[in-house]
Unconditional design. Structure first.
Length: 356
């Protein structure tokens, strides 16, 4: 897939350029609508694929892929509009996806780079996106975003002729703010080595820079086609690829860690010496602490006795690694042990002692 991705993207851009640049009148408009429709269908299939591939922590990916689908659907509806009312409605649909798309991209980058952020941040960004959408969706109702807007069929293509209002620059600052934040997060995580590899950081940087480059190009040059519709798809593929690679790296690390722990506890220390090494005081502390465990701590305790891996426990309880560490700290403290290895040792010693 990696081998053919650049060639496929280049071919798709060539096809789009030919369709949007050749012909005139109704033929060109029909081609433009077909391209947007085709891209919207691709976006739908990518959303379905995302739901199948990203099993856990996928909320922001669903928001991202849904936003891209909404944006491209809006572009397609705008190209097929026949009057001002339908064109304005299509424009609102496109903006609905556009305001939530950079939000989801930023949240995905924060999660992939293991960057800590306040829990209230997504709420604040969501409210900000809602406000931005209300402003961008105001044409036809208010003149704060477009001072004047009219519908025009030019060379067979539906077009909105706009005179920008006082709050139109707000959307430009909105996008620039998100792009700047994404770049800052990627650079910071690279410098702090918070990511698993430099390749992941490079892919994220490319995903952001592609959108920045396309967005600036559309500001400088008057084109009939919204190339952001394509750059958004490329970006979501990049982000999905980084997420899947990071998830695979985490899985492999967990397997290696569990294997090392298993070998250390079962091979390097014989069972007899384990039982003999456990003091009566440790066993008494262990048995005395069991009744004080909370339901969650007891579930984790039982999972350790069953030999479940850290990944399996996190998946069963739907918690993150830091949350599991927090429960472990409380669990170990109540049982008078310092690690899972020692917990198993004391457990075996306690029940070996009871059997005798």
């Amino acid at each position: 897939m990696k081998k053919y991705l650049p060639e496929s993207i280049s071919l798709l851009f060539i096809i789009i350029s030919l369709l949007t640049g050749c012909g005139d009148g109704a033929g060109k408009a029909e081609n433009l609508f077909s391209v947007y429709g085709f891209i919207a269908v691709i976006s739908l299939f990518l959303l379905i694929g995302c739901c199948c591939l990203v099993r856990r922590k996928r909320t922001w990916f669903i928001v991202l892929f849904s936003s891209v689908l909404v944006v491209n659907t809006g572009y397609a509806l705008l190209a097929a509009s026949s009057c001002l009312e339908t064109a304005l409605m299509a424009n609102r649909v496109a903006y609905l996806g556009s305001v939530f798309l950079p939000l989801s991209m930023l949240m995905i980058i924060l999660n992939v780079t293991n960057t800590r952020y306040p829990k209230i941040l997504p709420v604040i960004l969501f409210v900000l996106a809602a406000v931005m959408f209300c402003v961008a969706a105001s044409p036809g109702i208010s003149d704060i975003y477009y001072k004047e807007v009219s519908f025009l069929i030019k060379n067979g293509m539906a077009t909105l002729v706009k005179v920008y209002g006082p709050l139109h620059p707000l959307y430009l600052f909105y996008l620039l703010g998100y792009f700047s934040a994404m770049v800052a997060v990627v650079i910071r995580s690279s410098l702090r080595k918070a990511m698993d590899s430099a390749a992941h950081a490079l892919i994220l940087a490319i995903a952001v820079l592609v959108n920045i480059g396309v967005w600036f190009a559309e500001q400088l040059f008057q084109v009939d086609f919204e190339f952001l519709s394509m750059s958004y798809i490329i970006s979501e593929l990049f982000l999905l690829g980084v997420h899947l690679m990071a998830a695979e790296n985490e899985r492999l690390k967990a397997l290696v860690s569990e294997k090392e722990e298993y070998l250390h506890t079962t091979v390097h220390t014989p069972e007899v010496s384990k039982a003999n090494a456990v003091s009566a005081e440790a066993m008494e502390s262990f048995t005395g602490g069991l009744p004080t465990l909370t339901p969650t701590e007891h579930t984790i305790y039982e999972a350790y006795l069953q030999g479940k891996t850290t990944k399996e426990i996190m998946a069963d309880l739907n918690i993150k690694e830091n949350t599991l560490k927090f429960h472990n700290k409380n669990l170990y403290g109540k049982l008078g042990v310092s690690s899972r290895k020692q917990l198993l040792e004391v457990y075996k010693a306690v029940y070996a002692d009871k059997e005798h």
